[in-house]
Design a protein around this ligand. Structure first.
Ligand SMILES: Cc1ncc(COP(=O)(O)O)c(C=O)c1O
Length: 397
């Protein structure tokens, strides 16, 4: 059994605060401070540029990718770290469209994260081959699959409501029609068990700064199914994805397998922070995590609904159809969230009216859930959110 009290003790969590926003930015693993410090002092400081070889910085993106692979059901050698998630979405989509180059439609849904759609729109424009980005409602995506569709590109867990797509079924249906799949795991990796191999997914991408706690700006990951990895041609062909970067050839030749999805110099310090977090993840069984996440989320829904009739559940009530977050609708959700944050309950707000709370068993327990629910009840019943200052919007909500 995973020892969640132990994992909680391994994070820096400010006192008197319930942190329900690890679905947006994970907290600091205590060991990351020393780990990054060591990388700075002993590697960057003492080894200088020789650390690329001596400390094996060069292979860190694949080494760390393999550790994340364990959490998402990806075999060794199929995941690599680098860049931001937006870039990885672009890369995966460009590669998939090139494989299915006789089809014109990119199918996604209205619950997808905007950057995924923006990257697709930008790519369609650059390619200028008449591709169409088609959006359905999340529930109707399956019925929109057809032989005109080149790629099905979805975020598995909806960033606003936490609704969970059925990756395995949708991928199988897509494959029956010759459609390639790209899964954005930003709200899945570290949130629930994911099995890319069992689902036979073609591409997957995700970030490391949410449930995986690499810190702000931590690098993204990309997965390409081993059966495709030597076939894809990266549209963003950087020198570190070249077969022989230090041959300094004038022409690009893709590297072997997933290595070709690398672009340029990797963020070594941020990868060091991520490694400290992955040391904690090594202690975690994903089935234990899922069971605890459901327990906490169900308890939260029960407590909030029984005391706050004004809050309307926006997430699926059925836990098997939810990721690891719970959202409520409330017209004055922004102000209410500011009132909560001031009282030590940190969640966030997504327009137009979603109050979002993430449940991350590595460092959130049932007592936190009870404390948070009590403060939410206080704020809602006393209309404590109804103060001018809480309506002033910051740039990040
Ligand atoms: C589902 C999803 N995709 C993409 C992104 C954007 O990632 P990045 O800012 O790292 O490019 C986010 C950010 O929160 C996200 O939630």
């Amino acid at each position: 059994m995973t020892d969640f009290a132990k994992t909680k003790s391994m994070f820096h969590l400010p006192p008197d605060l319930v942190y329900l926003d690890g679905n947006s930015l994970g907290p600091l693993p205590k060991a990351a401070v020393a780990r990054v410090g060591r990388t700075m002092q002993e590697e960057w400081g003492d080894m200088l540029i020789t650390a690329w070889n001596q400390a094996d910085w060069m292979n860190q993106p694949s080494r760390v990718g393999d550790r994340i692979g364990r959490l998402i059901g990806a075999p060794t050698g199929s995941v690599v770290m680098g860049d931001t998630l937006s870039i990885k979405v672009y890369q995966a989509l460009a590669s998939a469209l090139e494989i299915n180059d006789d089809r014109g439609i990119i199918l996604s849904d209205s619950g997808n994260f905007p950057t995924d759609l923006y990257m697709a729109q930008g790519l369609v424009k650059s390619l200028d081959k008449g591709h169409e980005l088609k959006l359905g409602e999340p529930e109707e995506v399956e019925s929109l699959l057809s032989e005109d569709v080149a790629v099905l590109m979805l975020t598995e867990v909806d960033y606003r409501t936490g609704r969970l797509h059925d990756m395995k079924t949708l991928t199988a249906k897509a494959h029956e029609l010759g459609i390639l799949t790209i899964w954005d795991l930003a709200h899945s990796a570290g949130a629930l068990p994911v099995d890319l191999s069992a689902a036979d997914a073609d591409f997957a991408v995700g970030c490391s700064y949410k449930y995986l706690n690499s810190g702000p700006g931590g690098p993204a990951f990309i997965y390409v199914a081993p059966r495709l990895a030597d076939q894809v041609r990266p549209a963003l062909s950087g020198w570190l994805g070249h077969e022989a970067p230090f041959a300094f050839d004038l022409d690009y030749r893709p590297g072997a397998g997933i290595e070709r999805m690398r672009l340029g110099t990797p963020p070594i310090l941020q990868l060091a922070a991520l490694e400290a977090s992955l040391d904690i993840w090594d202690r975690v069984d994903m089935n234990d995590l899922r069971a605890r996440s459901i327990e906490l989320s169900d308890l939260f829904i029960e407590l909030v609904e029984s005391s706050c009739p004004e809050l309307e559940l926006a997430s699926p009530r059925d836990a098997s159809r939810r990721g690891s977050q719970v959202s409520f609708r409330f017209e004055q959700g922004y102000a209410a969230m500011q009132a909560l944050i001031e009282r030590g309950v940190i969640g966030d707000f997504r327009a137009p009216d979603i109050m979002r709370f993430g449940f991350t068993p590595l460092y959130v327990d049932a007592e936190d859930v009870r404390n948070a629910a009590a403060i939410i009840a206080e704020v809602m019943l006393g209309r404590l959110w109804d103060r001018k200052a809480y309506f002033e919007r910051s740039s990040v909500t």
